[in-house]
Design a protein around this ligand. Sequence first.
Ligand SMILES: *Cc1c(COP(=O)(O)O)cnc(C)c1O
Length: 413
Amino acid sequence: MEPSQHPPAPAPANTPCAWHPQTAAVRVAVPRSPYGENAEALYLTSGYVQPSAEAAAARFAGDEEGYTYARYGNPTTSSFEQRLAALEGTEAAIATSSGMAAILMLCLGLLKAGDHVVCSQSMFGATIKLIGTDLAKFGVQSTFVPQTDLDAWRAAVRPETRLLLAETPTNPLTEVCDIAALADIAHAAGALLAVDNCFATPALQRPVQWGADIVVHSGTKFLDGQGRVMAGALCARRALVDETFLPVLRSAGMTLAPFNAWVVLKGLETLQIRMQAQSATALALAQWLQAHPAVARVHHPGLPSHPQHALAMRQQSGCGGAIVAFEVRADTPEQGRVRAFAVLDALRTLSLSTNLGDTKTLCSHPASTSHGRLSEAQRQAAGISQALIRISVGLEHLDDIVADLSRGLDALV
Ligand SMILES: *Cc1c(COP(=O)(O)O)cnc(C)c1O
């Protein structure tokens, strides 16, 4: 085994891959202290006591495994990394302080001035800003292409292209891209494919099974799943994690706090049942919305009317995911905004919140919040109309979600 500067916690008794994902989610990486605790321990320490000067020298040189300083590693954080890697089916994972910190680590690790990135134009807004604006200052070039147009991806590739970056399904319109096809385009160009798996999570979709090289996560969303902490991670081959991303962590310090790692580690235990339940409720809600006379259009990959329904079912274990978006009927953008606001302001149970991936159902108006900084023309190109409402479906009973949305929607008919 390669000497690792990122010492993993002691290996679990069984090999993770021998387990079903449900078992891995609760059993991978439970190193027990001499106290024999059953639940995962939370190690809060910024430094580590070295057994000898010789060992300290070997650990700092990377010749021996062992923790040296909390910016580089922590046993609780290592457990989260190993468990997430087991769920994604990658050799390794590296945790970061947020999802955006993971995307920054991805770019700092892989790119230099002159390199080129091809990125879906439907990526998370902060990702587009980071790559298109912030990294452009350092000479990184980028091209943004329509998420589902494979010819546009192919045409955008150049000799300097190092990375293709996609997100599937996207926020808020749940557009799905073909991961295997994008992996082929990336690899033919000698580039890597990274997929932001925030919306589907490994409970529904494992991008590396379809050929992706790197999986990007905001742990803030469904991995925690209960809206408590911020976290992020990259999942990839061991060599990529140890040689490309770990050096960035050591120098740039986007380290995940151990407490947050512990919260998300415990969140992973219930990921599968939460995603299945929330996805099933989301599909039923999407069907109900589709039949409502005040609703013009519904976006959910589980609906046969979704443009990539067949691909989504194949790629996402037959589940559409927990995000639904819909447009209220309106004749003008102004009326759309007024009507969408009326539906949101009539809510009494569901939360008006721009976050997503919580056990509580969250509703938002993307055009005036998450996508508020875009010009109206950019918003229209992205399909984010003023009449659009996004719902991150939680664990409430479908009937209570429907009752809360009915109040505002029925008043529009
Ligand atoms: C929230 C989000 C991010 C950024 O994650 P943070 O934890 O908020 O930094 C990245 N990608 C997607 C798809 C997201 O929803």
